[in-house]
Design a protein around this ligand. Structure first.
Ligand SMILES: [Zn+2]
Length: 205
């Protein structure tokens, strides 16, 4: 269970501000839209206010273009603050991640152009990565049709641990969308558990 009362926003945000790398504006806009859908405009306002208390100002989402490059720490700070304010647990973070993939034009593009799910998931995740992030990479190290198992490995990302959970969701969303089946995802290796990279396993029935 995530003890959201124990999150020291100032301390965590200061740490995240040192994080390097860029991410497309579309990712931030997705988070803002999700919050407004789930918690209303007032929920979005709460996040803004909470961050202003520690002198962090969110950019004007109306002026952000999907293709703009923004600091990666923005989505991390936003997600972290949402978790704290709305007392979100792991399943809530997975849910927000899950919604991002089916809305991605890239995922739709690859579904139309590749026949096998294996190739589609590999290409869609690799391409989405390099289009959305200025650093790090994702690789599919396993696709076992018989065992109904996929392993995806993410290297070079030092984001907030909540973002690991968010990507359990985003990658589960991709797999479910492409396979057309209910998929269960988990993170099996993580830089915050002493591993050199993040690794995710996905299974279906
Ligand atoms: Zn991780």
């Amino acid at each position: 269970m995530i003890d959201t009362k124990k999150i020291n926003l100032k301390k965590e945000v200061d740490k995240l501000l040192k994080m390097k790398g860029k991410e497309r504006g579309a990712d931030y806009k997705y988070l803002v839209d999700y919050i407004i859908m789930k918690e209303g405009e007032s929920g979005f306002g709460k996040i803004k206010k909470e961050l202003e208390k520690i002198n962090y100002k969110l950019p004007d989402d109306k002026k952000i273009d999907d293709m703009d490059w923004l600091p990666i720490n923005l989505t991390n700070i936003f997600l972290l603050t949402a978790v704290k304010i709305f007392n979100w647990q792991k399943e809530d973070i997975i849910d927000i991640g899950k919604g991002v993939a089916p809305s991605s034009p890239l995922v739709k593009f690859f579904i139309r152009h590749f026949l096998s799910p294996q190739k589609t998931i590999k290409k869609a995740t690799e391409n989405a990565w390099s289009k959305h992030y200025s650093k790090g990479k994702i690789e599919m190290t396993k696709f076992d049709k018989d065992k109904k198992e996929i392993i995806l490995k993410i290297t070079g990302m030092d984001w907030h641990p909540f973002t690991c959970i968010y990507h359990i969701g985003s990658l589960t969303g991709v797999a479910e969308f492409i396979l057309g089946k209910k998929v269960r995802g988990e993170e099996i290796k993580c830089i915050y558990k002493g591993d050199k990279y993040h690794e995710f396993r996905f299974n279906w029935k």
